[in-house]
Design a binder for this molecule. Structure first.
Ligand code: UTP
Length: 297
C-alpha cells in the first residue's frame, strides 16, 4: 500500500524550561537566541528544508513571543525599506516565510507525550514528524529526510539515535536495537526513558527528532504517567515497538552529524560558541578573540 506523503511537523515548545530559570520565567527556552535567531527558527527551517511546510507549534503560557516571532511586522519592514537596509529586511522576512505555522496550547505541561497528543486533531490520520524545539541539527548534516524515507519504507515509527558516552545516557531515552539486514537503519525492540547507566540497554540515546505513525495517538491516550509523573513519548513508543501489524514497529536512524542541545546552560553555551565560530560574518573576528581568551584562562 502506498504511504501517505509526510507534510506535517509538530514542534513541542510548551515545557517549563526549569533548567534555564529565571530566563524562561516569561519566555520559552525555544526563544533563546542562538547568535541572532531563536533556537526554534532553526528547527522550523529544518522542517521546511525536509518539505514539511505545515508546522504546528505546541505552546504554553508564554506563547506570545513565539507567535510574534513568526508573524510579519509591517511597520518594521517599512522602516527597514525606508532605510534601504535590504539585509535586515530579508532576515526578518525569512522568519515569517518559513511555512504555514499553527499553534495549539498545552494547558498542562505534563510531559512530551501529552504535548504530542495536543497535535492529534491537527495531524489526523497521517504520519508526521516531531522536532523538539530545543534540539538543533546542523543544516550541513542530513537526518530528517532519511527518517522520512525509513518511515515510508517500513510504515512504522522512526526515532533518531545518537551514540553518547555511557555515563551520559541517563539524560536521554536509551534504545535496545538490532541491525536490519541490508539496511542502514536499525530495529528498535525496547526504549527506556532516562535509565541509570547500568540499566541502559545501550549507549544509543534518543535525540529530538521523530517520524511517527498516527497509531501513536491511541497509544498515548492509554499511556499512564511514567518517569517524573509525566506522560512519556518514549513509553508510548515502547508499546508500538512491541506491536505487529498496522502502525506497529519502531525503527532507528543513527545520526553521526552535528547536534546542538540548547536545553541546558552548558550545552547552550557550547552551541552558541560553535555556531558563532562557523558564521562567515562573525567567525573571522570571533575565533581569534576566543583563542586569546581561552589562552588567558
Ligand atoms: P524537556 O525534557 O527539555 O523539558 O522537554 P522542559 O520542561 O522543557 O525543560 P526543563 O527540564 O524543565 O529544563 C523537551 C521538549 O519537549 C517540550 C519542551 O518544550 C522541549 O522542547 N515539552 C516538554 C512540551 O512541549 N511539553 C511538556 O509538557 C514537556
Amino acid at each position: 500500500m502506498p504511504q501517505t506523503r509526510i507534510t506535517k511537523a509538530v514542534i513541542p515548545a510548551a515545557g517549563l524550561g526549569t533548567r534555564f530559570l529565571p530566563a524562561t520565567k516569561a519566555m520559552p527556552k525555544e526563544m533563546l537566541p542562538m547568535v541572532d535567531a531563536p533556537a526554534i527558527q532553526y528547527v522550523v527551517a529544518e522542517a521546511s528544508r525536509a518539505g514539511l511546510n505545515n508546522v504546528l507549534v505546541i505552546t504554553g503560557r508564554t506563547k506570545r513571543a513565539l507567535e510574534d516571532h513568526f508573524d510579519r511586522v509591517p511597520s518594521l519592514e517599512a522602516a527597514l525599506e525606508r532605510k534601504g537596509d535590504e539585509k535586515k529586511l530579508a532576515a526578518i522576512q525569512e522568519s515569517s516565510n518559513l511555512g504555514d505555522i499553527h499553534y495549539v496550547r498545552q494547558g498542562d505541561p505534563k510531559g512530551l507525550g501529552r504535548a504530542v497528543l495536543c497535535a492529534q486533531r491537527h495531524v489526523g490520520d497521517e504520519p508526521f514528524a516531531v522536532l523538539l524545539g530545543d534540539d538543533l541539527i546542523d543544516e550541513r548534516d542530513e537526518l530528517l529526510a532519511e527518517m522520512i524515507r525509513v518511515q515510508q519504507a517500513t510504515g512504522g515509527s522512526v526515532v533518531a539515535l545518537m551514540e553518547v558516552p555511557r555515563e551520559a545516557i541517563s539524560a536521554y531515552g536509551s534504545a535496545d536495537v538490532t541491525a536490519v539486514e541490508g539496511e542502514s537503519f536499525v530495529q528498535v525492540h525496547g526504549l527506556v526513558e532516562k535509565p541509570a547507566p547500568e540499566d541502559a540497554p545501550s549507549n544509543l540515546a534518543i535525540i529530538g527528532r521523530y517520524v511517527l505513525h498516527p497509531a501513536v495517538f491511541d497509544v498515548l491516550h492509554e499511556t499512564g504517567p511514567g518517569r517524573g509523573g509525566e506522560i512519556q513519548l518514549t513509553d508510548a513508543l515502547q508499546t508500538l515497538a512491541a506491536r505487529d501489524g498496522e502502525g506497529g514497529g519502531v525503527y532507528g536512524v543513527v545520526f553521526r552529524g552535528r547536534r546542538y542541545d540548547t536545553g541546558d546552560k552548558l550545552s547552550y553555551l557550547k552551541a552558541v560558541v560553535t555556531l558563532a565560530c562557523g558564521r562567515e560574518d562573525l567567525g573571522p573576528q570571533f575565533r581569534p578573540w576566543l583563542e586569546e581568551f581561552a589562552a588567558g584562562l
